[in-house]
Structures are given as structure tokens and as C-alpha cells.
Design a protein around this ligand. Structure first.
Ligand SMILES: [Zn+2]
Length: 235
């Protein structure tokens, strides 16, 4: 099951790459088919094979030689590994669906935030809806705890945004609401704490490597997503 999930995850990951590229740019996710971002060359079936095509073409477009972003194979691999891990740790299919959904929303949101400093409402609200719905189905927490988790997650960041004016935004509030809907209110505090630690360390490292000044905005979404994933899968 884990091996099968890994390969299914690779395909899911290549779809996520489309979402990560197109959603923040306001493009349609379903059409047209995938194309080179440099020359517009429409990808053939062989060029659409996850990981393999990137390796074979050495990260370049076969037609124009333009660089293909590192993000494509990384997202495919991470989604494959995430699905395999989820298959290995889930005791039934409902838990598997919950795990894959949670992981997928977090991964796609983190990567969009990293590149565009935005967490699209379409995804945060959809993810929040899934979290509440799974709870109603009886797949996760009892519904009152899921709802409370969402409210605490949103409220906590909302207060921080109002007080601190900067650093975090309303997108982060909706992301933490999503996390709360899946994991409950106690997890919200845990995730916020560790995301802050991770964000501070990651921020310093980022400024050191890129040699930018301290005013550079650093997205908080990836830290929230990483802390929530560790909590869900490993603790
Ligand atoms: Zn090209």
C-alpha cells in the first residue's frame, strides 16, 4: 500500500505543481494542458511523467533549454513520500483521506506563500471546510472540538495581527483556523509556538544567505505548515 501510495502521490504532486503555479496568477487549473513557462511548448505525455522527465531532461525544457524550477521534482517527491507515510501510519481509509488532504493543503499553501507571500482564500477556506466536514463525518475530532480549534486558531492570529501590525496577516489566521479544524485547539498553541521558533530561525538563515536587510517580509505560512505536519505525522 505504501509503495502504491508513493506512485499515486507523485501524480498528485504534479497536479499540485499546476495549482501552485497557476492559482496565485489567476489562471485556470484545468486548462490548457501543462506547457513550458519559458517558450510555451505543450508538454508531451513522456514529459509529464513525474521526477523521471525532470531527471532525463536534466531540469531543462527539451525545446528551448529553459530551466525548470527545482520546485517541480521536490513537490512531486514530497507528495509521494507524504502519501506513502500516510498509508503506513493510517489504520483505515478515512484516516488516510484525512491525512492526505491535510498534508496536501499545507504543502500547496506553504509553497505559494513562499513564492508570492500570499495564502489564497480559495485554498485556506476550502481546507477549513474539509477539516470541519471530516469532523462531522466522524473521521477526526468530535465536531465541537474541531469548530473550537478553528475559532481559536483564527482568533489567536487575528489578535496578534491587530497588536503587532506586520509579520503575520489574515491569511495566516485562516491557515491556523484550518489547522485547528483538523487538530483541535490545543494543537493550535503548539503549532503557533513551534512555527514562531522555526520562523525566527528560518528568517535569520534566509537573511544571512540572501544578504537582504531585516525589513524583508518573510512568509509565516511555511513555518505554520511545517509545525502542523510534524505534529500530525510524528507526534
Ligand atoms: Zn521551453
Amino acid at each position: 500500500m505504501a509503495v502504491l501510495s508513493f506512485f499515486a502521490g507523485l501524480i498528485l504532486g504534479s497536479f499540485f505543481n499546476v495549482v501552485i503555479y497557476r492559482l496565485p496568477r489567476g489562471l485556470s487549473i484545468v486548462k490548457p494542458g501543462s506547457a513550458c513557462t519559458h517558450c510555451g511548448h505543450r508538454l508531451t505525455a513522456a514529459e509529464l511523467i513525474p521526477l523521471f522527465s525532470f531527471a532525463r531532461q536534466r531540469g531543462k525544457c527539451r525545446v528551448c533549454g529553459g530551466r525548470i524550477s527545482w520546485r517541480y521534482p521536490v513537490v512531486e517527491l514530497l507528495t509521494g513520500l507524504g502519501c506513502a507515510l500516510d498509508a503506513g501510519t493510517s489504520s483505515d481509509w478515512a484516516e488516510f483521506v484525512v491525512g492526505v488532504s491535510f498534508f496536501s493543503f499545507l504543502l500547496v499553501l506553504a509553497l505559494i506563500d513562499l513564492e508570492h507571500q500570499v495564502l489564497p482564500n480559495k485554498l485556506t477556506v476550502l481546507g477549513l471546510g474539509c477539516g470541519l466536514l471530516f469532523s462531522l463525518f466522524g473521521w477526526t475530532l468530535p465536531f465541537p472540538r474541531s469548530l473550537l480549534g478553528a475559532l481559536v486558531g483564527f482568533g489567536l492570529v487575528f489578535v496578534i495581527v491587530v497588536i503587532s501590525r506586520g509579520g503575520m496577516g489574515m491569511g495566516d489566521a485562516k491557515l491556523l483556523a484550518l489547522i485547528g479544524a483538523f487538530l483541535g485547539w490545543k494543537a493550535v498553541f503548539y503549532v503557533l509556538f513551534w512555527a514562531s521558533v522555526l520562523g525566527a530561525l528560518g528568517g535569520l538563515l534566509y537573511l544571512y544567505i540572501t544578504k537582504q536587510d531585516r525589513k524583508t517580509p518573510i512568509p509565516f505560512g511555511p513555518s505554520l505548515a511545517a509545525a502542523a505536519m510534524v505534529l500530525y505525522f510524528f507526534l
